[in-house]
Design a protein around this ligand. Structure first.
Ligand code: SF4
Length: 69
């Protein structure tokens, strides 16, 4: 799994950071998402997908595939 975020689409609030705090944080400067782990371990994948689906800005992208990490 590879995670990326588009900070320009992020509207803050931090749903992602609540759901997957090991992967997403919030910037103290502008309140937008900060990606902590672009390649989260397998035990975090479900939370990452939950965060993606809960993101009101559509700012989280997740790539999975045969080369999944
Ligand atoms: S859930 Fe989406 S819009 Fe909300 S802080 Fe995270 S990336 Fe930004």
């Amino acid at each position: 799994m590879r995670v990326s975020v588009n900070r320009e689409l992020c509207i803050g609030h931090g749903e992602c950071a609540w759901i997957a705090p090991d992967v997403f944080g919030l910037s103290d400067d502008d309140g937008a998402v900060v990606l902590l782990r672009p390649h989260p371990s397998a035990d975090l994948h479900e939370a990452v997908l939950d965060a993606q689906h809960s993101c009101p800005g559509g700012a989280i992208e997740v790539a999975t595939g045969s080369t999944e990490e």
